[in-house]
Write a protein that binds this ligand. Structure first.
Ligand code: BES
Ligand code: ZN
Ligand code: ZN
Length: 610
């Protein structure tokens, strides 16, 4: 270990062992430190906290050792010329670094490699920029140096503009200053259907934390920029990566995030919301051989452990006993057995009717006998996006303690062309008793959904039902990745969802649920319904395909139940920087929007149908 000023460390022989918390004494250069009892005790060789009065007297001290774990950071310091050693600890490294700075403690190189970054915002204000409140405070601390440097760097404050500044304070050796856009346009932008202020904060903060990760900051403190929840979301969504299957050296370095305001309630809410979306992204990204229907249930059960979510896994025999013939007709082409996963979260009064959420969980969609072309078929590992977002909603709701009752129903299976697979022309009977002629086995999503939806309506009397499914390619064509398409029989429920989308920035757009499309589906040679409809255009083209899929689903929904069908195929992937705070890859959209929707819907009366 070498000190920052290059001199050899006189305490180089010091070693520190980390042990099971609270037990055996810790040996540090001959001094014994006891972690037990956990209350701080003062004096040489004792535990102190950064607030211990003894430390106020430390005039010349040197950090000789820094060691951090995720929950605790220790710094051993030598005080003055005495050979006394103090050990201080703090929950967050910034607290320790701040103390060291105030007490004039020099940091050793080990401490220095734990580089701490700070994200600050600036608004565009006409031709100049203005500092946010937090940036203003920091500027004062630096004696106006921040402002000087920003002027040198020709900062304008326009959205996503970013500058990295180094060495401004020992507490934060790296600072990312990010543009938050026009100061006077930070509320709802009606033309864009989005809360501009919040979305700008997500985007700007995401750029800042990424830039600081690039320069190897292991801790980043983020300012709230007036929207602490959005700030937490932007930071946590931007740093997510799915690299658990890669060698350690090729993985993204982990970054610990905190807020300049501390662990405030809105910051924590943002963290939970982002965690829900990140869970959905991880599940969507996972390869299909690592996330079969059985493994999906296992992974989700493990993730929910310790949270107030009841998990019930229904096996193939149960699915058969419940006459879910449409669901089984998809599963039968694969050797992987299907599962119906039920999740239940109760955050409201027991007599408050729940929101039922149904998610399409095709863990791999090869198309079945109507096999898809091989180009990009790998992406069909994310054909369980609806299931993943549903799990993400329940996970975040439970972490947030959301005041809502939620019941989730997730049908899981593979769509494969095995020897026992359903063949075009086969007729199957759904749980509701309706018969379906399966003319194309790649239109499988609707088949597994209708049985889960029917079941959901029987087992809980929901106030409303919402389903999410990567259902049709037509949705990709219609809206691209700008918004999720929503088909609903309830304008009241739609208003809730639309408002939720503009608040979260993960937008929705209403699509038609007209009888016109129903006629395509009910005109059928051998059964009550046809799974592709009779509107086939030239080649592999089904005009209005997303709308007729919704019309098909509606045949299994009680007329007086407010219902929303979300076709999430278009937003499945974040391919070309579509959403700037999400890295490339599976998006986990619209987890945060549905979460927000659940919150407002369950606060209100049951919405009316039209
Ligand atoms: N899972 C797909 C829809 C999909 C496509 C989702 C692209 C995400 C991205 C669905 O089961 C399907 O295969 N639908 C096709 C059928 C067609 C190719 C016969 C569709 O909608 O085009
Ligand atoms: Zn398909
Ligand atoms: Zn599919």
């Amino acid at each position: 270990m070498t000190l920052l000023d290059g001199r050899p460390d006189p305490f180089a022989r010091i070693t520190m062992q980390q042990r099971a918390p609270g037990r055996a004494p810790l040996a540090l250069n001959g001094w014994l430190f006891s972690e037990s009892p956990p209350r701080p005790r003062c004096g040489p060789g004792r535990w102190l906290t950064a607030r211990s009065p003894e430390l106020r007297e430390v005039q010349s001290a040197r950090t000789v050792l820094h060691q951090g774990t995720r929950t605790r950071h220790w710094i051993g310091i030598q005080v003055g010329s005495t050979n006394k050693m103090l050990l201080i600890r703090h929950r967050v490294p910034s607290g320790l670094l701040k103390f060291c700075h105030q007490a004039g403690v020099r940091l050793s190189s080990t401490a220095a490699t734990e580089k701490h970054g700070l994200v600050l915002g600036v608004y565009k204000d006409g031709d100049k920029y203005t500092l946010t409140e937090e940036a203003g405070k920091f500027n004062k601390k630096t004696g106006g140096r921040l402002d000087e440097l920003l002027q040198c760097a020709s900062v304008t404050g326009k959205l996503s503009e970013s500058r990295l500044l180094f060495g401004l304070t020992p507490e934060f050796p790296a600072v990312a200053v990010v543009g938050l856009g026009d100061r006077h346009r930070q509320d709802v932008d009606h033309a864009e259907d989005v809360h501009a202020g919040r979305e700008n904060v997500r985007t700007a903060v995401a750029g800042g934390v990424r830039a600081l990760r690039e320069v190897r900051c292991s801790h980043v403190t983020v300012e709230p920029a007036g929207e602490p929840e959005a700030s937490a979301e932007g930071a946590h969504l931007a740093l997510w990566a799915y690299d658990e299957l890669k060698a350690e050296k090729s993985r993204q370095k982990s970054v610990e995030l905190s807020c300049t305001d501390g662990d405030s309630e809105p910051w924590r809410r943002g963290v939970h919301r982002a965690a829900g979306q990140n869970l959905a992204r991880t599940l969507m990204e996972m390869p299909a051989n690592h996330l079969t229907p059985t493994l999906f249930c296992q992974r989700v059960s493990e993730t929910m452990a310790g949270l107030p979510v009841e998990v019930t896994i229904r096996d193939e025999a149960w699915i058969r006993q419940n006459n879910m013939g449409a669901f089984l007709s998809v599963a039968r082409g694969s050797v992987e057995p299907p599962r119906l996963l039920e999740l239940s979260y109760s955050g409201a009064a027991s007599d408050s009717a729940p929101l039922a959420i149904v998610g399409k969980g095709v863990t791999f969609d090869s198309g079945g006998i109507s096999l898809k072309p091989s180009n990009k078929m790998d992406k069909m590992r994310a054909d369980m996006g609806g299931a993943a977002c549903t799990a993400g909603v329940l996970y975040a709701a439970a972490r947030l303690g959301l005041a809502a009752n939620l019941r989730a129903f997730i049908p899981l299976c593979e769509n494969m062309p095995g020897g026992r697979a359903t063949k075009p022309g086969d007729v199957v009977t759904a749980m509701s008793g309706k018969t379906i002629q399966v003319d194309h086995t790649d239109f499988e999503g609707r088949l597994i959904l209708v049985d889960a939806m029917w079941y959901a309506q029987q087992v809980c009397k929901p106030r409303a039902m919402l389903d999410m499914a990567t259902l049709t390619y037509d949705m990709v064509v219609a809206l691209g990745s700008a918004a999720v398409g929503v088909f609903t029989n309830s304008t009241a429920a739609w208003r809730h969802l639309r408002a939720a989308g503009s608040a979260t920035g993960d937008r929705v757009w209403r699509m038609p649920l007209w009888r016109h499309y129903t006629n395509y589906m009910t005109d059928c040679e051998l059964a009550d319904l046809n799974n592709i409809g009779t509107m086939a255009g030239p080649g592999m083209c089904w005009p209005g395909g997303a709308c007729s899929a919704a019309a098909f689903l509606r045949e299994f929904v009680s007329e007086d139940l407010p219902w929303l069908h979300l076709d999430i195929a278009g937003t499945m992937e974040n391919s070309a920087d579509d959403v700037r705070y999400l890295p490339k890859g599976m998006s986990g959209r619209p987890t945060r929007t549905v979460l927000q929707f659940a919150e407002t819907l369950c606060r209100d009366e049951r919405p009316a149908t039209d």
